[in-house]
Every structure is written in structure tokens, then in C-alpha cells.
Design a protein around this ligand. Structure first.
Ligand SMILES: [Zn+2]
Length: 284
């Protein structure tokens, strides 16, 4: 099955793929370990910074090797591609999906670049995810919700989303309905009514960023509405990695790095497994 068929199958069966950021080998191993135990397709992704750290081709080769070795269906995504050239490089390198984040651009400019990328990507069988309303926060631990989240004026407008998808032909749209990057002491809540309207008006599939800090019931309800097939998770993996590594180092004089890493991989894998379970809990 190709990427679109996998995502469409998830939509039809009422579950969503986790899209997990793999910033290094150990996190990649954790995601692969979880995918092995569930035998379900997952998305492994790199942000622009993570892609630079890894090297796009190194990352894609690593995923291809693991997929082949364990007979897994792993899609790859270039997450929050910041510009035309980076996204074109990701299409050329062979990611399955490329997310162009033009949310900071004027609307017409975002339409223009997204449309161009869709044309180029589709020639190579690559899918394009687009974004029109900036998803706030960043992928770390936060105390307070950002002030501007209180005003829903910046949330995705269903009418505007319909126009954008019609003009660009993007395959997925990243919605902003109260979801935030990062984790928060008080979890942000989703505007599910707005999501319902977007899902009715927009013909393409939808993605939900900020899967780390959301309440399980909000996530389940969002998936039930019917078009969310990709849920991004990064912060919780980063926190599990760092906290476990700190604990391991505190109690050990070990200098062989590969011997330090198994509990770190296990901790990250546990988070990935919890998310896969949650995202497929109502699967038909
Ligand atoms: Zn994101």
C-alpha cells in the first residue's frame, strides 16, 4: 500500500497514525521497537533541525533498513518544513510525506508555494501536508498556556480551510483547534465543534499537532470525528529521553555509550506504545 492508501485505511477504520519525531538513533530504535510490537504502520519524522542533525539521507536509509529488517510499514515525514527549498530537498530525498509550514506567510504566498510543492510532490508519489494557522507553543515542557490561546481568533477557520485546500490540492491539513506544541501544567482543550465543521467542509485528510500535551479523551473524540489520521508527538519523547538519561548517568560510571542507552530507549518506547494504543483505541 502507498502512503495515501495507508492513511485512508486509517480514516476508514477510525484510528490515527502517530507521527513521532526521531531526533537520534535511540529515539528511532524506540519507535521501531513500538511499531514491531503493534505491527501497525507509524510515521517517523524529522523536523528541519533533526534532519540536519541526522542528514536526510541517513535518516531515510535508517528507516528503510529497519522497515526491511522487521517487515514494517514506516512512513517518513519532513515535519514543519520552513521553506520551498527545504521541502523540495525532502521530496527529492524521498520522504513519504512533506509538511510545508507556510503559516507565517501571507495567505496568498502560502497558497502559491503549497500548490507548487503539491505538483512536484505528486509526481514522485509524495504527499503534502499544509498549515494555514500557526500552531502555537514549542516542543518542550511549559508551565503556563500561551496568552493568545485564550482568543480563538487564530484557530483554523473552516471556510478558509476549504478555500485553501481547494486552491492547493494539499493531501493533509494541519489544524489549529487549541492544540499546542509542548506539554502544559494545565492541558489545552480542543475546540471539537470547530474540528467537526472543518472535517465537513474540507475534502482532504487532517493532522493534529501537539499530541504530547492533550487529554486522552480529547484525542479520542478528535479521531472519532473522522478525518484526523496523523497525530504528531515529540515533547513527551524528548522528556522521557532526557529524564531517563539523567537518572542512568547519575547512578553509573559507564563510558560505553551503547550500554547506557537501553533504559533510555525503553522509556521512549513506552511512551510511543502508549500513544499508539490511544490513537487506535476505537479502531473498527
Ligand atoms: Zn507541529
Amino acid at each position: 500500500m502507498n502512503s495515501l492508501e495507508i492513511l485512508t485505511q486509517a480514516k476508514n477504520e477510525g484510528w490515527a497514525l502517530g507521527a513521532f519525531n526521531a531526533g537520534n538513533l535511540e529515539i528511532a530504535k524506540a519507535i521501531i521497537g513500538a511499531a514491531q510490537s503493534f505491527k501497525k504502520p507509524v510515521i517517523m519524522e524529522t523536523s528541519s533541525g533533526e534532519a540536519q542533525h541526522f542528514g536526510m539521507k541517513n535518516f531515510l536509509s535508517l528507516v528503510a533498513n529497519f522497515s526491511q529488517e522487521f517487515n514494517l510499514n514506516i512512513l517518513t515525514n519532513f515535519d514543519h518544513g520552513p521553506g520551498l527549498e527545504e521541502c523540495q530537498a525532502a521530496i527529492e530525498a524521498g520522504y513519504s510525506l512533506v509538511h510545508f509550514d507556510g503559516s507565517a506567510l501571507p495567505y496568498e504566498e502560502n497558497v502559491k508555494i503549497t500548490k507548487l510543492l503539491v505538483q512536484q510532490a505528486h509526481q514522485k508519489g509524495v504527499l503534502i501536508e499544509a498549515e494555514i494557522d500557526k500552531i502555537l507553543g514549542d516542543s518542550k515542557e511549559h508551565q503556563e498556556l500561551p496568552e493568545s490561546i485564550q482568543a480563538s481568533g487564530s484557530y483554523t477557520d473552516p471556510q478558509k480551510a476549504q478555500d485553501f485546500v481547494a486552491q492547493t490540492g494539499c493531501d493533509l491539513l494541519a489544524v489549529f483547534i487549541g492544540n499546542l506544541h509542548g506539554t502544559y501544567k494545565q492541558p489545552p482543550r480542543l475546540d471539537l465543534e470547530r474540528l467537526r465543521l472543518i472535517a465537513q467542509q474540507v475534502p482532504c485528510l487532517l493532522s493534529l499537532h501537539g499530541g504530547s500535551g492533550l487529554l486522552p479523551e480529547d484525542l479520542q473524540k478528535a479521531i472519532q470525528i473522522g478525518k484526523i489520521v496523523k497525530i504528531n508527538v515529540n515533547t513527551e519523547l524528548r522528556l522521557a529521553f532526557r529524564q531517563t538519561l539523567e537518572n542512568v548517568l547519575r547512578g553509573s560510571e559507564e563510558v560505553a555509550i551503547y550500554k547506557i542507552m537501553p533504559p533510555v530507549v525503553a522509556a521512549v518506547q513506552k511512551v510511543v506504545e502508549e500513544k499508539i494504543t490511544l490513537f487506535s483505541s476505537q479502531s473498527k
